[in-house]
Unconditional design. Structure first.
Ligand code: DX5
Ligand code: ZN
Length: 221
């Protein structure tokens, strides 16, 4: 999508945990729009990550708004928790919330923007009747749970179809991509209509390039 403004969401799970403050200052200086925070429960995904105490500390330490991605079963149990932690965007998985419309309405009611994430194998069909209730569609471009994986190619087609769905209904919803958003893949993903890019080990947090240079390179790509 030429000309569409790109929003960069830096993945906290890929930052240097022993020097988090240094990375936060670099991300602020580079002007990234969001800090993307992956929360994993060991059940929805086979991994555990980023708990509430860490998020609280990070929120106090930075001015970058928080974009929280819940990879947890029955996320409706924790909406208030993340509202209190100061999340600006709260994304739940379509596969994990049985009463999705209620969950999305509750997220908005709590003053956050509501996102829905889809695993690579999940079709867009489940979004048909919640299009008015969401602010963001997160197209997972790898299977969630681990950093450093390879792009699942069929997800590029899903990005295009998600963009078509949003445009067909004249919605302002954003299309976010998460997983292996390398400089090369970012170009392909943006061309298909993604406008929120999650930068992890494939772009923003790589050896041999500073965060400042990586952010600039990601915007250019
Ligand atoms: C998926 C992971 C990645 C993460 C890291 O659950 O959470 O999406 O953002 O990005 P990469 O794939 O670049 O390491
Ligand atoms: Zn994520």
């Amino acid at each position: 999508m030429p000309g569409m403004p790109i929003t960069i969401c830096a993945s906290l799970a890929c930052a240097d945990y022993l020097h988090l403050e240094t990375d936060l200052r670099a991300l602020e200086a580079a002007g990234v729009e969001y800090l993307h925070i992956d929360v994993m429960d060991g059940t929805f995904v086979p991994n555990l990550a980023l708990g509430t105490d860490l998020i609280r500390a990070v929120k106090q330490a930075t001015t970058i708004p928080l974009d929280v991605h819940l990879m947890i079963e029955r996320p409706e149990r924790y909406l208030e928790t993340f509202a209190k932690l100061g999340a600006e965007i709260l994304t739940v998985h379509l596969e994990a919330s049985l009463h999705l419309q209620r969950t999305l309405a509750a997220i908005r009611q709590l003053g956050m923007r509501a996102g829905v994430a889809l695993n690579p194998a999940t079709p867009l069909d489940g979004l048909q009747y919640v299009l008015d209730d969401l602010d963001l569609i997160l197209v997972m471009t790898v299977n969630p749970g681990f950093v450093g994986q390879k792009l699942v190619p069929s997800t590029l087609r899903k990005i295009r179809e998600a963009r078509a769905l949003v445009d067909a209904h004249n919605l302002a919803a954003h299309i976010q991509v998460d997983g292996n958003v390398s400089f090369t893949n970012a170009k392909l993903m943006a061309a298909e209509g993604a406008d929120y890019l999650v930068g992890g080990t494939s772009s923003l947090f790589m050896p041999g390039i500073t965060i400042a240079d990586a952010v600039q390179k990601l915007r250019q790509s």
